[in-house]
Design a protein around this ligand. Sequence first.
Ligand code: SF4
Length: 383
Amino acid sequence: MPKNYLYKANKMIFNMEIGEQVATYENKEQRQPLVSELWAISGKCNEFTSKKIAKKADLPIKWFDKVPSFDGKRGIKKLQAERGILLLRNRTSPFVEQFQHPIGRCAKFYKLTAYNNCNFWCEYCYLYLTFRNMPISTHFVNYEKMFKEIISFDRSDIPDMLRVLNLGELCDPLAVEDITGFAEELIPFAAKETYKTKLLFLTKSDNIDSLLNLDHGGRSIMSFSVNTDKVYQQLEHRTASPEARLMAAKKLQDAGYEIRLRIDPVILYSTWKKDYVDLVEKIFVYVKPERITIGEYRPSKGLVSHISSRFPDSPLLKINSGLISDGTKLRYPDEYRLAMFKTIIDAIMKHDKKAKISLCKEDIKIWKSLNLPINGLYCNCLE
Ligand code: SF4
């Protein structure tokens, strides 16, 4: 790799310093509960599970005949309307489906959709675009259908590498665990009823105490997405702090769960290099992850308007204008991606020379330039 990559990346400094205005907004919002209302759709919602959730959440259910429409709110009001609610309903589409990357930059892993959307407020969240027509955070409560599909997936003839069900593709599956108790039911179910299937929980939550004493049977992998304190403070509203996530990872590792980490999205800003090296140092204070997957900030082109309608002052709007087009996505130019990946990989290798590292949905030429194995065997979403 040419030596000037790091120099160039250091020159690409974006205005992402923590402003007083953002900090004030965040502090104010943190006082609101993650879920302030439970909604359900009459006749399209398992009543037993819904009532159980309402009891656990200590919230009344508001019943509707259909999902109420939106009135074009913007900013915080829009976020509160979409993500301050948890809608309970039955899932009619399959719970278990295979993921297909539009340009083949990812293995065809399997996902388990227990929630649509999320109650956290990350500014870069691609789900604002994915669920633009139905943006209310939703939990699917017809668990019997889901359990049947998991059994059928477990007994099907698929390659061992794909026997992981990813719960984090369309939600954060632990964000509202204290409200739903969903993982508390699913984890022992997988341990008892499946032979080969593993569950993958990808999260920015530290909502894990109820999972520590479960009989997980080694069938549930806990994967934490972590980032620098600056990215957290400025962009990851309402999530647990990176340090709290690592403390949660340690507790789960001590309880026998496999721990994986994602450093994603990596974002360039004035002190990025020091901050990401510090993050890696902090990771190894708490846990020794089985795998680490790294991904750069890579928004879909259509995401920009969804960010600006919710976070009109977001620093991401400035960052987006410096990215290059790559199919339907925007990305940092190759040399910047190489610089950020190399910095983080070098920091990881200082702690663990045999660390299993992969890049998320990255071009094969970048894998090769960094001498990473290109068969994707160590990806977050695979066995
Ligand atoms: S935790 Fe994940 S799913 Fe939830 S808001 Fe953040 S990016 Fe979106």
